[in-house]
Ligand binder design. Structure first.
Ligand SMILES: NC(=O)c1ccc[n+]([C@@H]2O[C@H](COP(=O)([O-])OP(=O)(O)OC[C@H]3O[C@@H](n4cnc5c(N)ncnc54)[C@H](OP(=O)(O)O)[C@@H]3O)[C@@H](O)[C@H]2O)c1
Length: 313
């Protein structure tokens, strides 16, 4: 398995992780209808068998169910894994103690003594200042409740501020988890990737398959289920606009005997300091996504994909 440092002083993890938002989430993904615990347990086992060691969840996914499932699966597994979860900076969390309490609840659901990576899900600071929040997170690192701090959906300025506040307490900012795929490349034009590289912060790329759009399986005749049906990108006109990118993905998939998802993910892994975390609901998807590693697009193919996806910069 190809590995990367999760951040420069951090643990070595698989160069692709698995996102577990859909594990237990009924509202967006429809957990409990076409798939359930058996399927996501098989996804976990297939990911482990393929050498994946990084799993991303959040306390909000399935209102705790994703963390509970991941905790159960990792407990049953003999293989060491790196668990990343997220804290919701909701308005009713007012004090440093509320942060520590949220961490303790995640520890309990995940069935671990210390969380490998604890990320702030959104940059909201309703009633808790960044000073209080990152002070509490630094304290949690010093107490051993969490091993590293990350942020998510933070802009360049917000990321720099978090990096500074943590740095003042001797704690690195390990990651910024942001949306990044061949058809969501705004973090490049916003200067976020450049700033992350400068500050030695890893980008965890979420929705790296654009929620299934880049797998090529959705067509006007075969739309997705659930909440994605209202997303314009999955409608006939939206799908047509993607053709310059999806046609290339299909072409390169044929050349390398890979799937379109594997090509889309492989392209992301060629970006320095980026680790994609594709969601997987089934063993087949987990195995497929892990197979994005261990082979290479040619330099020309990487460039051609970059050029074709410039409208999404
Ligand atoms: N920090 C944040 O704000 C934030 C936001 C969103 C996501 N995330 C994290 O990022 C992870 C991934 O993002 P995401 O779930 O939004 O989108 P994604 O990874 O782009 O897409 C995942 C979906 O694509 C389909 N899929 C996955 N692998 C496939 C394969 N090999 N072949 C065919 N279809 C495949 C599955 O849905 P179908 O089978 O139904 O098509 C799966 O649920 C999440 O699980 C979560 O951990 C974080």
């Amino acid at each position: 398995m190809v590995t990367k440092k999760l951040w420069s002083e951090g643990p070595q993890v698989s160069a692709i992780g698995i996102g577990t938002w859909s594990w237990g989430d009924r509202l967006f993904w429809g957990y409990g209808k076409q798939y359930g615990e058996a399927e996501v347990a098989a996804a976990f086992q297939a990911a482990i068998a393929a050498g994946i060691t990084l799993f991303d969840t959040a306390e909000i996914y399935g209102f705790g169910e994703s963390e509970r499932l991941l905790g159960k699966f990792q407990k049953q597994s003999q293989n060491p894994v790196c668990l990343a979860t997220k804290y919701g900076p909701v308005p009713w969390r007012l004090s440093e103690q509320a942060v520590i309490q949220a961490i303790r609840e995640s520890l309990s659901r995940l069935q671990v003594d210390s969380i490998d990576l604890y990320q702030v899900h959104w940059p909201f600071n309703f009633l808790m200042s960044y000073e209080t929040l990152f002070g509490a997170l630094a304290t949690a690192v010093h107490q051993g409740l969490i091993k590293a701090v990350g942020v998510s959906n933070y802009s360049v300025d917000q990321m720099r501020k978090a990096h500074k506040l943590l740095g003042d307490r001797g704690v690195p900012l390990a990651v910024n988890q942001v949306r990044y795929s061949l058809i969501t490349r705004q973090i490049e034009t916003q200067g976020l990737i450049a700033a992350a590289r400068e500050l030695d912060i890893t980008i965890l790329a979420y929705s790296p398959l654009a929620q299934g759009l880049l797998t090529g399986k959705y067509t006007p005749e075969q739309p997705p289920t659930g909440a994605r049906t209202v997303d314009g990108r999955f409608k006939p006109e939206g799908l047509r606009k993607l053709a310059p990118v999806t046609n290339l993905l299909r072409q390169y998939a044929n050349v390398h005997d890979k799937t379109m998802a594997q090509v889309a993910l492989n392209w992301l892994t060629t970006q320095e300091g980026v680790i994609p975390i594709p969601g997987a609901k089934t063993a087949k998807q987990a195995t497929d996504n892990a197979g994005a590693l261990g082979w290479s697009l040619t330099a020309d193919e990487v460039t051609t994909l970059e050029e074709a996806s410039r409208p999404w910069l």
